[in-house]
Design a protein around this ligand. Structure first.
Ligand code: GLN
Length: 220
């Protein structure tokens, strides 16, 4: 106990000290460096859950610990869930969180590691991509800026580099009428919506003030 308290006092995120974070009532394992699931990302799960049912093909893009996919797979049993992630440390973590739920975790950049057979057949993509503008990382809480992998936070100059990449690549993978749901900052959301609209998506923005969450929802 003393050892754990010392780590927390030294500034390590509580979730790393304990080894897990609560997300949508699940215990999600988080290893040091892996993005800690945020309560606000529950909005991604809620919006995704109402748009899919058993049998649907779902992709959790840049899945980190796999928290979003794990919650979705728990709330909508029977999904065919794929999760992709670039950071090998996070991949290992996601495999533990998604393994028992039947999810497949693939290592690679965005859609690149997905099997070719999924092209044009994905029903829904859910994505909490890194979206912090590079210069604003310095303003994040110490737990985040000093302990979470930078690759999980840094979204480039305006924070939307990954939103642009995902919006450009998603139409190829989605089935007609398929969904792309992306978490965004409240100020960024209209820009993300424009990016999606520019790739042919019908878009809407939804916010939940209680958990300070905002998502941009696009339909192909
Ligand atoms: N500001 C966001 C958060 O801490 C950053 C999340 C992200 O880049 N995906 O929740």
């Amino acid at each position: 106990m003393e050892r754990l308290v010392r780590r927390r006092v030294a500034g390590e995120p509580l979730e790393y000290v304990l080894g897990w974070a609560e997300f949508r009532s699940l215990r999600i394992e988080v290893d040091p460096g892996v993005f800690v699931p945020r309560r606000r990302s529950g909005l991604l799960v809620a919006e995704a859950a109402r748009r899919v049912r058993a049998g649907a093909i779902v992709v959790d893009l840049c899945c980190g610990s796999g928290a979003i996919g794990a919650a979705l797979a728990t709330e909508v049993p029977g999904l065919q869930l794929y999760a992709s992630e670039l950071d090998p440390v996070a991949v290992a973590c996601a495999r533990r969180n998604l393994g028992t739920l039947g999810g497949t975790v693939l290592q690679g950049d965005l859609f690149a590691p997905l099997p070719e057979t999924l092209r044009g057949r994905v029903d829904l993509v859910v994505a909490n991509l890194p979206y912090v503008p590079t210069e604003q990382i310095a303003l994040m809480p110490r737990e985040a800026r000093e302990h979470e992998a930078r690759i999980a936070l840094d979204g480039g100059p305006d924070g939307l580099d990954l939103h642009r990449h995902a919006a450009a690549a998603a139409p190829d993978w989605l089935a007609p009428g398929g969904w792309l749901i992306i978490e965004a900052g409240r100020q960024q959301a209209p820009v993300t919506a424009e990016i999606l609209a520019g790739k042919g998506f019908e878009t809407m923005i939804n916010s939940d003030d209680e958990i300070d969450g905002t998502v941009v929802i696009g339909q192909a």
